[in-house]
Design a protein around this ligand. Structure first.
Ligand SMILES: [Zn+2]
Ligand SMILES: [Zn+2]
Length: 366
């Protein structure tokens, strides 16, 4: 037995997604079947679609920033049942490796764990024309139904609108987490955020929540800089008109934390050059594999450092309910992060909006 679901399938890199009816298997013992309510369109989806992430094979059911309602759970699943509202997250963890045990499940060494491994020759979980389909990052959120490991979902309260909740699963977890968990911004800290899309807006909010004193927002789009102010930026710099490094150094001598929210070698260098003596540059976006980053040394490096931030160093089963509390209290603005809502049929248009640079976050609603 199985289920039918309309889903967005990418069959070749660089192509358009096609909306197809696919077959979804019954949940195995440690899986949950979720009826998708909303799924955000993230830059990673676009990068994958363009062929910049060849380690994820095609054909693929796309999407990874989703929320929905549990339809059915496998026999061994505890604590989640049909009717529960959930946010999904691609930080799937085993729970038993060294990184999981020290409290860093986002760096899990055996991501899916033994529970998720299927016997050889078992039928594919998702099927379409031509056979097996692969869910993007093991989620596949642009589909009416998602078949997920139980360690990819967290139950949330039912009062939160699911289109807003969906954003938590990637953009907010990544951005707010980079500020609060990875960088651990201290009250009074000075912050610069390079790139003010969905992730950048989340970092700015995280910096505001952490009590940052100054938050410089850097982008080349006027509209994004305007929005950055509403999210908490204290200074905005249009880097198509002014040198952000010189502006930041002139205003405060250098920041304590600088974030590259895009994943761009030039921006990462600018982040590093914007730092004060003990500042930290945090790479939040993904720089395409093989590219080299050149850092200007200026003699000593002082005590500056560069770190990566993977999915906001999240422990999503704790972080998602926390961030939703911040939303409820009016301290985390999710409402303004959604720039458009579109049905699944318009996913290709949503990607075009993103390529044009205007969209903060388009959410596909079901
Ligand atoms: Zn994402
Ligand atoms: Zn693990």
């Amino acid at each position: 037995m199985g289920y039918q679901s309309r889903a967005a399938v990418l069959r070749e890199y660089g192509g358009e997604v096609s909306i197809e009816t696919i077959e979804v298997d019954e949940p195995a013992d440690n899986e949950v079947l979720v009826r998708t309510a909303a799924c955000g369109v993230c830059h990673s989806d676009l990068h994958f679609k363009q062929g910049a992430m060849p380690h994820f094979p095609v054909p693929t059911v796309m999407g990874h920033e989703a929320a929905g309602v549990v339809e059915k759970v496998g026999k061994a699943v505890r604590g989640i049942e049909a009717g529960d509202h959930v946010v999904v997250c691609n930080t799937i963890y085993c729970g038993t490796c060294q990184q999981c045990l020290v409290g860093r499940p986002h760096l899990c060494l055996d991501r899916m764990g033994p529970a998720a491994r299927r016997p050889k020759g078992a039928p594919p979980r998702l099927k379409g024309e031509g056979g097996k389909l692969i869910p993007f990052t093991d989620l596949g959120g642009f589909s009416e139904l998602m078949l997920l490991p139980e360690r990819a979902v967290v139950k949330i309260d039912k009062d939160i609108p699911l289109d807003r909740a969906a954003l938590i699963g990637c953009a907010v977890l990544t951005g707010v987490g980079a500020a609060l968990n990875t960088a651990q911004i201290k009250p009074g800290g000075r912050v610069a955020v390079f790139g003010c899309g969905g992730i950048g807006a989340s970092i700015i909010q995280g910096a505001r929540i952490a009590g940052a004193r100054e938050i410089f927002a850097v982008d080349i789009m006027e509209s994004k800089l305007e929005q950055a102010k509403s999210f908490g930026a204290t200074d905005v710099i249009d880097s198509s008109k002014a040198d952000p490094v010189a502006t930041i150094r002139e205003k405060c001598g250098g920041v304590d934390y600088a974030f590259d929210a895009v994943g761009n070698t030039h921006l990462l260098c600018q982040c590093f050059s914007s730092l004060g003596p003990r500042g930290t540059a945090v790479l939040v976006g993904a720089i395409p594999a093989g590219q080299k980053v050149e850092i200007e040394a200026r003699g000593f490096l002082g005590e500056k450092s560069i770190t990566g931030s993977l999915m906001g160093s999240n422990r999503f089963k704790l972080d998602v309910p926390f961030y939703l509390d911040l939303y409820r209290q009016g301290r985390l603005d999710l409402d303004s992060m959604i720039s458009a809502r579109r049905p699944l049929d318009q996913l290709n248009e949503a990607f075009k909006d993103m390529e044009g640079g205007a969209a903060l976050r388009t959410v596909i609603t079901f």
